[in-house]
Design a protein around this ligand. Structure first.
Ligand SMILES: [Fe+2]
Length: 135
């Protein structure tokens, strides 16, 4: 998995959410970039937990806006968020992390999930959120 470079096409049109996506991406990129140097299982687990905690903060912010704006696919979207959190936590408990292992499967999952989620599911709310923000 290569580190992921932010592109304009990742923008969901809400500055706060873009900033959170960028931070999440930076946290995942750090794991990808430092894959070989990260050999302390506790540190790997801590970084992953920090990323997962931040993902939850971001997901709640997105879901909050969905509630506020009355977005009809909110429940379905929330299920997708929860699946990411559950899967990431399952990697942590399934021994994919350390000793001395940050598995390729895990890094692939994190990087691909985030980009795929932004480009497919988050993009669905973009025009809807933008129409609400302009009011
Ligand atoms: Fe989302």
């Amino acid at each position: 998995m290569e580190i992921i470079i932010w592109k304009n096409e990742f923008s969901v049109g809400v500055a706060e959410l873009d900033a959170q996506h960028k931070k999440l991406l930076a946290m995942i990129n750090r794991l990808i970039a430092d894959q070989k140097e990260l050999t302390d299982p506790k540190m790997i687990a801590d970084l992953l937990m920090e990323m997962t905690d931040y993902a939850e903060v971001h997901f709640r912010a997105e879901e909050h806006l969905m509630t506020e704006y009355g977005y009809e696919s909110k429940d379905q979207h929330t299920v997708s968020h929860q699946a990411f959190i559950d899967k990431t936590r399952s990697f942590l408990s399934a021994g994919e992390v350390g000793p001395n292992i940050l598995s390729t499967a895990l890094l692939d999952f994190l990087g691909k999930w985030l980009i795929n989620h932004i480009l497919t599911e988050d993009m669905k709310y973009k025009p809807f959120f933008q129409s609400k923000e302009q009011k």
